[in-house]
Design a protein around this ligand. Sequence first.
Ligand SMILES: [Zn+2]
Length: 410
Amino acid sequence: MRRYAALLAIPVVLAAQQPADAPALAKALESLKATNAWTVDRQVALCEVASPPYKESARAEAFRREMVAIGYPAARIDEIGNVVTEVKGTGRGPTVMIAGHLDTVFPEGTNVKVTRDGDRLKGAGIGDDCRGLAVVLSTARAVKQAGLNFAGRVIFVANVGEEGAGNLRGTRHLLDTSYKGQVDYFISVDGAGESITSRAVGSNRYNVHFLSPGGHSYGAFGMPNPIHAMGRAIAAIGDIQVPLSPKTTFNVGVVSGGTSVNSIAMEGVMDVDMRSESADELAKVDVKIRKAIDDAVTAEKARWPRSSKALTVRIDTIGIRPTGAQSDSAPLVRAALATARQLGLKPTLGASSTDANYPISIGVPGITIDGGGDGGGAHSISEWYEDGAAGYLGPQWALRLIATLAGVAP
Ligand SMILES: [Zn+2]
């Protein structure tokens, strides 16, 4: 909202009386409905190209080729692996970036075959975020086919690194490097449904190592034990109090360590995740968790005062996602609500941890919208997606939102 304050009025106009769509916009919207089967086909095809964390290049190349095939020969893969396609406007409007994410949570070797059971598609990542990729792709195609021109610049993106340890690296790169200071609105399309994520849940994630020289469980008995120390830490973490509102959470999600039943382990390792809608509360729970870890090491050492064996702890950062507040009445949020309602969708506003966290945290208006249709089981291999009778409303929503923000050129 730096240079385009006039847009403040647009969602209000939409809510009052619907002006007729510009002919090219109407044509593009119509083509999204008419070619809906193509959209779903592309969703399946892209999903069957495996895209594990940090190994998104095959799916990125498949997406780039699709962009070239639908009429964007300049679609390119950037330094970090994002697929970027720019559509220059007439230069009289803001820059809108719309992105789906390439990466999945599934490791290499996961079966990515998509099966069809009637209207239901089943496959790892079919909703999160092959749906988003299909929405971005079909929207770009409709723009091209209808000869729709925007006043502003629209940048279609398939980005890397949304999930987990990816730590939003694709979005960070776009907003910090290639398009630093140039993006006026950032829209992520992520998953199925019709909801809007307008607030950013922050998270801190750590990989905590409790370390000792290890030893024989009988012969070396009497020394601090890293797995026992980790147990003490987990018990203390389990008792941490957090507020219900702003929602704040914590989780020890993965534990490992040790080599055999009769060895004092050299290492106990746990992955810890904490989240909050409030940066203050996130910082508070972070302090409590670090204290629980330090106290556990102290207590385990105190348990064996005569031992000279070391017990240390190392905390590696898996990911830090910033928290961010964005008003429900921000122009981007209002535009997303208004364009959804115009299509008969009933969006809700919520908080989550998505690619929009990053723009929100640096003050760039950002939002995540669902891609239409229906789905469930995200992050599991039983993930499913159903296009239903109105799946095409997802891409139509994305297109209406872009057109509202970027403005349609006469
Ligand atoms: Zn996702």
